[in-house]
Ligand binder design. Structure first.
Ligand code: ADP
Ligand code: MG
Length: 337
């Protein structure tokens, strides 16, 4: 009698265990959180998807300390304070990419922009304010004089200069997250870090993911069909304040000291390299349509520019549809917010 019982138990374990594994392999993990000062969505499937999502969340928390120039502690805060320091775990790569984009954008993109961000009050949790011309001039002088040197993981910054990695940190997080998805052999996943999208694998029906690009008004104006890639959008509508009837957004022109105003609503950059896509989306936005398109061309990435007249310009023939209502995630995310 006893023996029979044991057999039965073993049998149930064998049957149930693979069933549970099978089910969990097909169930979808969907997590929402607020990290790195933005809305985060992690969606995906695969046996280790929950583990991967845990690791991604821990990674974002770590990056939010180490690469956040407004954190009281962490590597970037220490670097800015001591004028030299280490960005570990490969994060220095984000500085190399940013410096390359600075050179190629004639300084329209510049991670030494922090003093300017600070006078505009666009730092962490800041509501934003219109600074005096004097404050802008002083900040502009510091930004223009700042030299950034990089040697392996070691980074140094000259004079009173300070580095802000806000324009590349989420892209860098995207690249590290893709490594986590790969390591955990996840089946498919779509990550959204506040407009930095990572697509990994294919939809359950075997088709590529289709990602909607926000029109800045709560809808989507286009859909991009993607293979595994990163899709990053920068727009003036993302973070701004209003003063005396005028909108001031957080993408600053390091030459004028004011928010870039060039008739663009947003720029979306599509590249396998998330850090580069993030840097370029900001760089192209600040550069404006003509110079921005040339910059995207130079880096051989796909890009989609939307202007205030709702004209759409593309670089590199992205697989985009202007009519499709097939899009997912970006719009879904904005609806829920
Ligand atoms: P978001 O982080 O809002 O998605 P971006 O990737 O475009 O958008 O990055 C915006 C951040 O980049 C700003 O909050 C600021 O920290 C920083 N920044 C603003 N202007 C510039 C610039 N011209 N060059 C480099 N970084 C910038
Ligand atoms: Mg960016």
């Amino acid at each position: 009698m006893k023996k029979k019982y044991i057999y039965a138990a073993v049998l149930i374990l064998i049957i149930v265990f693979p069933a549970v594994r099978f089910l969990s392999g097909n169930s979808v993990t969907e997590r929402r959180s607020f990290k790195m000062d933005t809305d985060i969505t992690i969606t995906g499937s695969g046996r280790n998807m929950n583990k991967a999502a845990d690791e991604i969340e821990a990674l974002l928390d770590e990056i939010d300390v180490n690469l956040n120039s407004y954190s009281a502690e962490g590597e970037l805060a220490e670097l800015n304070e001591k004028k030299e320091g280490v960005l570990s775990g490969g994060a220095a790569e984000a500085v190399y990419i940013a410096e390359d984009v600075r050179k190629n954008s004639d300084g329209a993109f510049n991670i030494a922009v922090k003093p300017l961000i600070d006078v505009w009050g666009f730092g962490r949790g800041g509501d934003g304010r219109v600074p005096s011309q004097n404050e802008i001039d002083e900040a502009l002088k510091v930004v223009a004089e700042t030299k950034i040197k990089a040697d392996g993981d070691k980074i140094s910054v000259s004079g009173n200069g300070k580095i802000d990695l806000g324009a590349v940190a989420k892209g860098y997080a995207s690249d590290k997250s893709r490594e986590i998805l790969k390591k955990n052999k996840v089946k498919y996943a779509v990550l959204n870090f506040g407009g930095n999208i990572v697509t990994y694998g294919k939809k359950p029906d075997g088709e590529d993911f289709v990602i909607g690009i926000s029109d800045g008004e709560g809808g989507a104006y286009a859909a991009v069909r993607t293979a595994e890639t990163c899709i990053v959008t920068s727009g003036g509508y993302e973070r701004y304040f209003e003063y005396e009837g005028k909108k001031y957004h957080h993408l600053l022109n390091p030459h004028t000291g004011y928010p870039a105003e060039n008739g663009l609503v947003s720029v979306t950059v599509i590249s396998e390299n998330g850090t580069l896509a993030d840097a370029l989306s900001t760089a192209c936005y600040v550069s404006g349509l003509e110079k921005g398109m040339a910059l995207a061309e130079k880096y051989k990435v796909c890009a989609v520019f939307l202007d205030e007249e709702k004209n759409v310009y593309t670089v590199g023939n992205p697989d985009i549809s202007l009519e499709s209502d097939e899009y997912i995630l970006v719009k879904k995310e904005r609806k829920a917010a």
